[in-house]
Design a protein around this ligand. Structure first.
Ligand code: ZN
Length: 388
């Protein structure tokens, strides 16, 4: 039989040589901006190690928040991890100095460039903002740092000014520019147009930092990639200001399976990463959350059970083991004849057509909803993982 995803793959129109899309994880910076979240230094170090082992390209942390954060940044940089540690702060020389005091090699600076940010938050003119942006980049470069510059609220900035800032910081030697949709107002085509505009005037590598206020974060991140971005910002479980940013699990799985982007992600760590954050923050991901949710691989309706028992690919895009999750089947009112027969075989009961029908009817008549759920493994799964 053909790969069950064969025709879907044709619609997806993979490129012959898909480009590498990198991941910057900001659980330690954006993630700590989620209401109620604050990690201890021990937890910050553990998260950094796990993210590095998972295979993200950059890990962002903000040493300017407190002495504790500064200490954590220093310690994480000392670990000599494979990922770049990006020390995040405002577009101020003082913040760059703090990054330098942590022995950072990479820093990030942000500056609001939309009219509302300039007028209401920063109370500076466009000219002053431009000068501050260029001055910050020049200062970082003169101290041997690599610097990413975030044109905060860029999606709502006047386009000509946005391009002027991007060109000026590129001339000043910036290493990457992050294009944020800070309030999550863009739709996917809007994100594409926003990135394209900048891509046409600068050559420096671009990041996408997109917020999920209307639920478009993951879609917008990938739309940005199609317009020329080569790094997506994520956090574990998507935690961040308000409704957060794209979750690492969705982004890493989409990059691997839907975009065929070359990477060395250990996808089978995804559930463990989510559990680690749940343990540290006490925020339980909703059960139907993609990839890591407790219901992400549960099958319940009788017709689904019948198919799953023969071949799980009938109702699964990718096997749960590949992302560290487990398949479970749920028996209850919806189990149907096949589910009932399977349940009987598990209990060592002789199964026949009439018996299975009676059990199925019994489950329905009990009106007790879902009665039990059990894990379901299969031999097929191994093969699918190996074929990846
Ligand atoms: Zn953000």
């Amino acid at each position: 039989m053909k790969d069950p995803n064969h025709y879907a793959n044709i619609y997806n129109a993979y490129e012959k040589n898909p480009k590498k899309i990198r991941v910057l994880d900001s659980t330690l910076r954006e993630g700590e901006q989620h209401p109620g979240v604050s990690f201890t230094n021990k937890q910050r170090i553990q998260i950094a190690w796990m993210l590095d082992y998972f295979g993200v390209d950059q890990i962002e942390i903000s040493p300017i928040v407190s002495k504790d954060h500064q200490e954590a940044t220093k310690t994480i940089i000392k670990q000599g991890l494979t990922a770049d540690i990006v020390s995040h702060g405002r577009a101020l020389k003082g913040d760059i100095d703090i990054s330098l005091s942590c022995d950072a090699k990479w820093c990030a600076a942000y500056l609001g460039i939309s009219d509302i940010h300039l007028k209401e938050k920063l109370r500076i003119s466009r000219e002053e903002a431009l000068e501050r942006a260029v001055g910050t980049v020049e200062y970082a470069k003169s101290h041997g740092l690599k610097i990413r510059f975030t044109v905060e609220d860029g999606s709502r900035a006047e386009p000509e000014f946005l391009l002027e800032v991007c060109k000026a910081i590129e001339d000043a030697g910036v290493d990457r520019i992050s294009l944020p949709d800070t309030v999550g107002i863009l739709r996917p085509i809007g994100m594409y147009n926003f990135v394209k505009k900048v891509r046409e005037v600068v050559d420096v590598p671009l990041d996408a930092h997109v917020h999920n206020d209307i639920g478009f974060a993951v879609a917008n991140a990938f739309s940005a990639c199609e317009a020329g971005v080569d790094q997506i910002h994520t956090t574990i479980d998507g935690i961040g200001e308000r409704t957060g940013i794209p979750p690492l699990a969705e982004v890493a799985v989409a990059l691997t399976y839907l975009y065929k982007s070359p990477n060395d992600f250990r996808l089978d760590m995804l559930l463990d990463l989510s559990k680690l954050i749940e343990d540290y923050t006490k925020i339980v991901p909703y059960d139907s959350k993609p990839i890591v949710g407790s219901s992400a691989y549960k099958h319940k309706a009788g017709t689904h059970l019948a198919a799953i028992l023969k071949n799980p690919a009938a109702y699964e895009p990718i096997p749960p083991r590949a992302v560290g999750n487990r398949r479970r089947i749920v028996f209850g009112e919806l189990a149907g004849k096949t589910g009932a027969a399977y349940l009987m075989s598990l209990l060592g009961l002789k199964k026949d057509e009439a018996g299975a029908k009676a059990v199925a009817a019994g489950l329905k008549n009990l009106r007790m909803g879902d009665l039990i759920e059990i894990p379901l493994e299969d031999r097929l799964e191994k093969k699918i993982i190996n074929d990846k």
